[in-house]
Design a protein around this ligand. Sequence first.
Ligand code: EPU
Length: 421
Amino acid sequence: MARYVINGGKPLNGTVTISGAKNAAVAILPATLLVSGKCRIENVPYISDIDAMGNILYEMGAKITCPERNVLEIDCTGVQCTEPNPDLVRKMRASYYLMGALLGRFGKAKVALPGGCSFASRPIDQHIKGFLLLGADVDDTDEFVALEPGPEGLQGNRISLDMASVGATINIMLAACLIPGQTIIENAAKEPHIVDLANFLNTMGARITGAGTDTVKIRGVNALHGGTYTIIPDQIEAGTYMAAVTAAGGNVLVQNVIPKHMECITSKLQEMGARVINYDDSIRVIRTGKLRRSTVKTRPYPGFPTDMQAQVCVCMALANGVSRLTESVYETRFFGYCAELESMGANIKISGKTATVTGVEKLRGATVCAHDLRAGAALVIAGLAAEGVTHVEHIHFVERGYESLVRKLTALGADIRRIED
Ligand code: EPU
């Protein structure tokens, strides 16, 4: 077990470089199963979820090398396996993308149900609905999902999602690339990593249009070929550093970002008193004065991301007045961190989908426990802003999604150490 020890109360100053997007990378790695030839993928974040996905592919027979930091070369041409190791699959959420990728490549798959952050019930009925409409026979148990071609084989189809699910949109895109005919996903999710996956697949020869809108069209092709692709910067990692400066104070240039992806986060942090200056591929965040109350409701992209709920809650905890934070994607997400923030002196009342946060003058250091990735990131921010020493336990959750967090924060002047117990 490892933990972070943070001696808080110091403003953050300097420059931080954002890594490649986790949620794009965890979709692009399994997408290489669809490709005949070598994929060179650049700007891959160096995080434990990528290790986990890399291990799954490697065990399945993929050739994987890391010629330099943040670059992976993956060749899945020789892969024959359609049943990835269930113990590895259960280690992460995004392993469910193996279902779509294997269905697309081999027409069949048997994949254990995924693990990962369990801050809410996370059903996959929309993924299954998509596979069924593409002509698969689905055997869906409590342990695994088994897919086979149905009596009429696999064929493109029109699939209207009941909700704009990121995972279902990606899984159907993966499954449909090599299936004959046209697949149309209606009510598709529009998150930046969906566009990034489509760009990766199109670079390798797929025919996908409309990614980033609510209608994605995939025209099946016979094969995908190798190539080189660079993953976009991580919207949530960038937002987390922006929230950290907003909470702890200081002046930080957040570089390697796409400011357009940050608009909703930027506008809320500005409303709360941060000064935000956009450049072409970087954003400066300055916070010197007192924070102001705000109202935030999480929504699918381009709305305020649920993956930034916990981080903005820390800013609210330190703002003047009463803020309201409403979660509309995962209702139970507050339970992963609000009690921990309260042990640091925050005043938060949860009623259904809404947290009412009454700002306090100061948070104080405490021993707190990360229950999931973003909750853990929020506790780190709280520790940076708090007076005294904070111990954040269970940091393996945080290391799933934040590359070199200690090194990056230390370079900004934070006093944070990673201790192995
Ligand atoms: N939903 C269903 N049925 C489905 C799929 C989703 O009811 O078949 C519901 C979910 O329960 C949820 C909503 O639809 O209420 C949205 O879920 P979505 O499928 O969009 O989420 P996801 O694909 O499981 C991805 C990210 C999450 C992020 C959400 C929302 C990855 C690997 N994960 O999850 O990221 O919170 O989209 O934006 O891309 C994180 O990075 O910390 C993280 C949890």
